[in-house]
Design a binder for this molecule. Structure first.
Ligand code: ZN
Length: 269
């Protein structure tokens, strides 16, 4: 059976409560064996690392404060972040980055993003980047951190944007976006960039893939629907179609890529 890593999912969110154990077992049965869980706020720094303790060799946490939750992050505080990070084995720094939909926190986002990049440089960890309507600004920020490996999560840009990231060695996370009927530009980009730079992800519980516009699937997009890492094999199949390669070759390469993007990732338990 093919093995997969969900390179970005928030399994510590309340949406995954009592049935998490059963869900991880169900994922195992379809080959999804490893889960990278990025923290998003002070609380989830605890919950993501607790999940890694509960599912060793399955869940790998990342340390970060998400740009969409800057109000709860508060002013930039390196000591506080390092203290909160103590004692856990982090696989990456993130989720961090810039989100242009929240101009009121733009300054704070930029300051926290810089701090995350500098911590990643010190700790020799890759950085999971949330990039929404901010590609140019992000490319400007990362110039100063040329040694830091980047994973641009849920990539939804154009070929030119993809290439700009890849030219500086970044990996791109591919998720449910590729199923959207409007995502022509992104599908075109993901068909053309080197496969060596692509990772699979779901961003669960968000970003449910919409595989078609038929009414039964519309429900998937409605509020309250929960995406899960069980979507990974369908995302892989869709990406294999886009790239016109056999599913097996794509899945094997994406697993290799996950190991290269996240050197701390251990073989699945
Ligand atoms: Zn996320």
């Amino acid at each position: 059976m093919l093995s997969y890593t969900d390179s970005h999912c928030h399994l510590d969110f309340p949406a995954f409560g009592s049935d998490l154990e059963a869900l991880i077992e169900a994922c195992n049965r379809v080959g999804v064996r490893r889960f990278i869980v990025p923290a998003i706020d002070w609380h989830s720094l605890q919950s993501a690392s607790a999940l890694a303790d509960r599912f060793p060799g399955r869940v790998f946490p990342a340390v970060g404060l998400h740009p969409c939750f800057m109000e709860s992050a508060g002013p930039v505080d390196e000591k506080r972040l390092l203290r909160a990070a103590e004692g856990a084995e982090w696989i990456a720094v993130g989720e961090t980055g810039l989100d242009g939909r929240f101009p009121e926190t733009a300054k704070l986002q930029a300051e926290w993003f810089d701090l995350h990049l500098s911590i990643a440089a010190q700790m020799s960890l890759p950085v999971i980047v949330h990039a929404v309507r901010a590609h140019q600004k992000i490319l400007a920020h990362i110039k100063r951190y040329s040694g830091v490996r980047l994973v641009v999560h849920a990539f939804s840009g154009s070929y030119e944007q993809a290439k700009a990231y890849i030219d500086r060695g970044a990996f791109l996370g591919v998720g449910g976006v590729i199923a959207r009927s409007t995502a022509h530009k992104t599908r075109d980009a993901l068909a053309r960039v080197p496969l060596e730079h692509l990772l699979l992800e779901t961003d669960s519980p968000d970003m449910a893939p919409r595989w078609s516009n038929c009414s039964s699937r519309d429900g998937a997009a409605r509020k309250g629907y929960r995406n899960t890492p069980l979507s990974i094999p369908s995302i892989a199949r869709r990406l294999a179609d886009i790239r016109k390669v056999p599913l097996e070759a794509l899945a094997v390469r994406c697993e290799q890529n996950a190991g290269l993007a996240f050197p701390g990732l251990k073989p699945g338990a």
